[in-house]
Design a binder for this molecule. Structure first.
Ligand SMILES: [Zn+2]
Length: 286
């Protein structure tokens, strides 16, 4: 696109107009994300979260996706910010900062008014002034070789003391990588044992499923078979789900059970008409 022929006045006018159109489009996009989030529709495309949908389906960078999701959810929580996003008084960055610093909706409403028209830096200063909270930077990840990523995290003194205690108990001089891997492995083992009944020596076999409760051996077999969400493939927040819902006389047996993540489970419930989705609007028939 060549613009060299444009007069200065026209160039400035057009640019301002385009910025307005861009904000209008962003607002429309936020409304669409809000609705997709409400229906958990990304699960139908086998994404485990709205974030993954934004990054992998829509092609946003991680930061852009995060800001849009926060703003879309804030729009649901505080609809009156719509006009301010459209006229540029509230930016997605500032909405994200307010979300990070303030927990209560009533307070967010007040603080969002206070940061209208501010730059990101001014907004950070204002939030620090209002809350007195320390700025906790997001975890910083940087790839330093093909298989190594440098991660900068902020830990409290209490956490550091616990880590030192663990090192003493292990009595080995482990690198931070080895230590974190050890902690992750132990945590996974304990969660698998408690939640998914994974054990090397199961005590008894095949009690018959009674009611909604899923017997340990069935949980074990389903977990062993599925290992992850059978819809989107994530291993995050897994639950046992009845294919034919229990409320519709579905059995708690291996054939009728599957592992689904929290989001896919919610979507399945919405599709089965078992769950009222948030918001007043009606869901159109599939
Ligand atoms: Zn899933």
């Amino acid at each position: 696109m060549k613009l060299t022929h444009l007069q200065d006045k026209t160039l400035l006018y057009d640019t301002k107009m385009l910025a307005g159109i861009e904000r209008e489009t962003t607002l429309k996009l936020l409304h669409h994300l809000k609705e997709i989030d409400r229906r958990k529709l990304y699960s139908d495309l086998k994404y485990s979260s709205l974030f993954n949908y934004c990054v992998y389906e829509l092609g946003y960078s991680e930061g852009s996706a995060q800001r849009r999701i926060v703003a879309a959810r804030m729009l649901r929580e505080i609809p009156e910010i719509e006009e301010k996003i459209e006229n540029g008084k509230l930016t997605l960055s500032n909405i994200t900062l307010v979300n990070q610093y303030i927990d209560k909706t009533s307070e967010r409403r007040k603080v969002l008014r206070a940061v209208e028209g501010l730059t990101k830096r001014e907004c950070e200063r204002k939030l620090f002034e209002i809350t007195g909270k320390e700025i906790v930077p997001d975890e910083i990840k940087k790839r330093i070789s093909q298989d190594k990523i440098q991660v900068a995290v902020v830990l409290s003194e209490e956490t550091l003391a616990e880590i030192e205690k663990l090192k003493d108990l292990l009595g080995k001089d482990l690198s931070m990588d080895e230590l974190v891997r050890f902690m992750a492995k132990e945590a996974i083992k304990s969660i698998e044992k408690n939640k998914f009944k994974q054990t090397e020596a199961p005590k008894s076999l095949s009690p018959v499923a009674v009611g909604r409760r899923i017997p340990a051996n069935i949980k074990r077999e389903v977990y062993k078979r599925d290992q992850k969400c059978v819809n989107c493939g994530t291993q995050h927040r897994l639950n046992y789900d009845h294919r034919v819902p229990y409320a519709l006389s579905g059995q708690s047996n291996k054939e009728n059970l599957r592992l689904l993540c929290f989001q896919c489970n919610q979507r399945a419930r919405i599709r089965a008409g078992l769950q009222n989705i948030r918001g007043k609007e009606q869901l159109p028939a599939p």
